[in-house]
Design a protein around this ligand. Structure first.
Ligand SMILES: Cc1cc2nc3c(=O)[nH]c(=O)nc-3n(C[C@H](O)[C@H](O)[C@H](O)COP(=O)(O)OP(=O)(O)OC[C@H]3O[C@@H](n4cnc5c(N)ncnc54)[C@H](O)[C@@H]3O)c2cc1C
Length: 603
C-alpha cells in the first residue's frame, strides 16, 4: 500500500536533511556529507560543483568529487525553494532546492528515502556579478535626457554588426545556425559575450525548409520552446517544417544575433600557446579568417548523413539520394520507389510518396520501435509537456529540471511501465504490424523510444499515420539487407529484386565528431571521440558506462572545442549550462573541470 505523508512531515524531513548536508559541506567534510546519501544514491551535477556534466553513483564517487571540489565551490544557503512544498509518495520525498556557490546561484532537486538522499540534482543557473539583464534587470531601451552624441538602437546594432569579425574578434564562434546554434547564441548575447553564428545556408531556418515537404515536428509544441521566446498560444501542436523555419529566422532577429548566413566554415586549427582558434570561413564567396577563443560545433546530430555504399550504385539509372536530400514526392507520382530503412525519415518519406500516388516499398534491415504519437503524448509526455501540465502550473523550466533530475542509470526503470501501458493501449495496432511482417521491438530492455534516443539517437518511428500504410500493405514491406543495385533495381541478399525508379537511403546520420574531422583534423576527431550515447551496452551504444551523453554541452578532450545539439528540448535546456561554461572562461573565473570524460570510442 502506498503511504502519503502530510506536507509538514515531508518539509521537516527535507529541512533536517538539508541542515545536516549544509553543515557537513561547510565543515569541509566530504565523508560526512556522503554518509547522508543512500548506498545506491546518485548525484547529478550540471556544472555547479564540477564545471562539467557528471553523475556520481554511490558514496565513494560522491566523496571523491567533494574532496576535489568542496573548498573551491564553498556551497551554502541550502533551502527549500519558495512556493514549492516538498511532497512524499510511495516512500520517496521530493523537494526543490536553492543553493549558492562561491561563483553562482543554483537550483536543484532532492529525493529522500528513509531520511537519506537517494537522488540529488545540482544545477547552476547564474553567475554572481554576471546576472542576465532580464526581468527586473531588463535594459531600459530608451535613454531619457538630452545628449548630442546620442546613437539609436539601430545605429548601435549596425555598428556592432559591421565591426564584429572585422575589427573585433568574436569570443565564441558557433558553426551551425540551426535551432541549437541560435538558441545558444541568444544565451551568450544575454551574457554579453561577443559571438558570431555562421551557417552555410542562405537563410536561418533553411535546414528545415530543405527537408521533405510533408515534415512536421514529431514533438509537441510544449516540448519545443526556444530559450527566452515561447511559442504563442495559437501555435499548432506539431509545427510544420516551413513554419518552424520562419520562427527560427525571426528568432535570430528578435534576439539580436550576429548571424552570418551563406558562410561556410572551411578549416579550423587551435593554437595551444595563444589559446586561439584560426577558423577560415567563406562568407558569401569571400574568404574570411576568424580568431575566436572558443569554437562550438552546432552542426547537427542529424546533419552528417550516413550514406551507404552498395555495389552497382554508380550504374543505377534512376534517382537515388540520402533521406536528407529527398526533395519530396512530387516528381515520383506513378513511379516505383524503394526506401531503404524503417525509422522516422523512412516512414515519413514512404507516407508522403504513397499519398502522391507512388508505388512504394520499404526495405527493413533491422528492427524498429514504433510509438504512436497520440499515445506518446498522453502517456509519456503529458505530465510535463502538455496543455494540462501548463494549466496545472507546470512551466517549461520546471519540466526541464524534472526531466533532468532522473539519473540516466535508472531512467529505463521509469520508462518500462510507460511502454507496457502503450503496448496494452495500442495492442491491435502492434498485432496488425506484426501480421504484416514488420520487425518491431521495444528497445533492448523494453524501455522504449526515449531511451533509444538517448542511447543511440536512432531506431524508432513516432507514428503519425504511415505505420498503418505498412500494416495494411499500401506501402509494401520487405525485410533483408541490400546486396547491390543493378541499372534498374535494388537487389537484396536473398536475391529479391525490387525494380525502382527512385532509391531513398533513409540510413541515418553519423556521430558529430565527424564534423570535427572535416573541419579541424581526423586526429582531433579521434581525440575527442564519439558524440552522443551513454555507454549503456545496448545495441549501438557500446560500454563502458559513461553516465552522461558523450561530449555534449560539456568540456571535451580538445580544449576550447564544444559540441551542442540534440532535440529542441535538450538544446533549450543544456544551452544554459554551455553558455555559463563559456561565460566563466570569458570572465576569467576559475572553472577547473572535475572528471573530464575519457574517450572509449572514436566515432
Ligand atoms: C526528418 C527529421 C525530423 C526531425 N524531427 C524533429 C522533431 O520533431 N523534434 C526535434 O526536436 N528534432 C527533430 N529532428 C532532429 C533535428 O535535426 C533537430 O531537432 C534539429 O534540426 C537539430 O538542430 P541543430 O541546430 O542541432 O542542427 P541542424 O538543424 O541540422 O543545423 C545544423 C546547421 O549547421 C550548418 N552547417 C553544417 N556544417 C557547416 C559548416 N561547415 N559551415 C557552416 N554551417 C554548417 C547546416 O547548414 C545547418 O543549418 C528531426 C530531424 C530530421 C532529419
Amino acid at each position: 500500500m502506498t503511504t502519503v505523508t502530510q506536507p509538514d512531515e515531508a518539509t521537516a524531513a527535507v529541512t533536517t536533511w538539508l541542515g545536516q548536508f549544509g553543515e557537513a559541506l561547510t565543515a569541509n567534510d566530504p565523508a560526512r556529507a556522503a554518509a547522508l546519501f543512500t548506498e545506491d544514491s546518485f548525484w547529478r551535477d550540471l556544472i555547479a560543483f564540477t564545471w562539467n556534466i557528471r553523475t556520481f553513483e554511490g558514496r565513494d564517487e560522491i566523496t571523491r568529487m567533494l574532496d576535489a571540489t568542496l573548498s573551491r565551490v564553498q556551497p551554502g544557503g541550502w533551502k527549500i525553494t519558495d512556493a514549492r512544498e516538498p511532497a512524499e509518495a510511495g516512500g520517496v520525498t521530493e523537494a526543490w532546492i536553492d543553493f549558492e556557490t562561491s561563483v553562482g546561484r543554483g537550483k536543484g532537486q532532492l529525493r529522500l528515502r528513509d531520511g537519506q538522499c537517494w537522488t540529488l540534482l545540482t544545477t547552476l543557473y547564474e553567475l554572481k556579478g554576471y546576472e542576465e539583464p532580464k526581468g527586473p534587470r531588463r535594459p531600459r531601451g530608451a535613454e531619457h535626457g538630452a545628449n548630442r552624441d546620442r546613437t539609436s538602437w539601430l545605429e548601435n546594432r549596425d555598428q556592432e554588426a559591421a565591426s564584429l569579425g572585422v575589427t573585433q574578434q568574436p569570443y565564441v564562434l558557433i558553426v551551425g545556425g540551426g535551432q541549437a546554434g541560435i538558441g545558444l547564441a541568444a544565451r551568450l548575447r544575454q551574457l554579453s559575450i561577443p559571438t558570431i553564428v555562421i551557417d552555410k545556408r542562405a537563410r536561418p531556418g533553411d535546414q528545415w525548409r530543405s527537408r521533405y515537404k510533408s515534415l512536421c515536428l514529431h514533438d509537441p509544441v510544449w516540448y519545443d520552446h526556444m530559450p527566452y521566446l515561447k511559442f504563442p498560444d495559437n501555435w499548432p501542436v506539431f509545427s510544420p517544417k516551413d513554419k518552424i523555419a520562419d520562427w527560427l529566422e525571426s528568432y535570430t532577429r528578435i534576439m539580436e544575433l550576429n548571424y552570418w548566413p551563406s558562410t561556410e566554415a572551411k578549416s579550423a586549427s587551435y593554437n595551444e600557446t595563444t589559446g586561439e582558434w584560426t577558423v577560415t570561413v567563406e562568407r558569401e564567396g569571400q574568404p574570411v579568417v576568424l580568431r575566436p577563443r572558443q569554437l562550438v560545433l552546432a552542426t547537427g546530430m542529424s546533419g552528417k548523413p550516413n550514406v551507404p555504399s552498395f555495389p552497382g550504385m554508380e550504374t543505377f539509372r534512376g534517382d537515388q539520394h540520402h533521406s536528407s536530400a529527398h526533395p519530396g514526392p512530387d516528381a515520383y507520382r506513378g513511379r516505383r520507389c524503394v526506401v531503404v530503412g524503417s525509422n522516422n525519415s523512412a516512414f515519413d518519406i514512404c507516407g508522403a510518396l504513397w499519398e502522391n500516388g507512388a508505388d512504394v516499398t520499404m526495405v527493413q534491415r533491422s528492427s524498429t520501435h514504433i510509438s504512436r504519437s497520440d499515445s506518446l503524448m498522453e502517456i509519456a509526455l503529458s505530465g510535463l509537456y502538455s496543455e494540462e501540465a501548463v494549466a496545472a502550473g507546470m512551466t517549461t523550466e520546471k519540466a526541464d529540471l524534472t526531466f533532468a533530475s532522473v539519473p540516466y542509470r535508472i531512467m529505463h526503470i521509469f520508462q518500462i511501465p510507460v511502454y507496457e501501458q502503450m503496448r496494452e493501449r495500442d495492442k491491435d495496432f502492434y498485432e496488425r504490424l506484426e501480421k504484416a511482417g514488420f520487425d518491431h521491438d521495444w528497445g533492448d530492455d523494453n524501455s522504449g523510444l526515449f531511451m533509444k534516443y538517448l542511447r543511440r539517437g536512432s531506431g524508432y518511428y513516432i507514428d503519425v499515420g504511415a505505420a498503418d500504410l505498412v500494416a495494411n500493405g499500401d506501402v509494401k514491406l520487405v525485410r533483408g539487407q541490400v546486396d547491390h543495385l543493378t541499372e534498374t533495381a535494388v537487389v537484396l541478399e536473398d536475391g529479391t529484386e525490387l525494380p525502382s525508379d527512385l532509391v531513398v537511403y533513409a540510413t541515418g546520420y553519423n556521430s558529430m565528431n565527424g564534423w570535427a574531422a572535416d573541419l579541424i583534423s581526423p586526429e582531433v576527431a579521434d581525440k575527442v571521440g564519439r558524440c552522443w550515447g551513454l555507454g549503456s551496452s545496448t545495441t549501438k551504444d557500446p560500454g563502458p558506462w559513461e553516465g552522461e551523453e558523450r561530449n555534449m554541452w560539456k568540456p571535451t578532450q580538445q580544449e576550447a572545442l564544444w559540441f551542442h545539439g540534440g532535440n529542441l528540448h535538450q538544446s533549450r535546456h543544456y544551452s544554459l549550462y554551455l553558455a555559463l561554461q563559456l561565460k566563466a572562461r570569458e570572465a576569467g573565473l576559475p572553472a577547473p573541470v572535475y572528471g573530464l570524460q575519457e574517450v572509449h570510442h572514436r566515432g
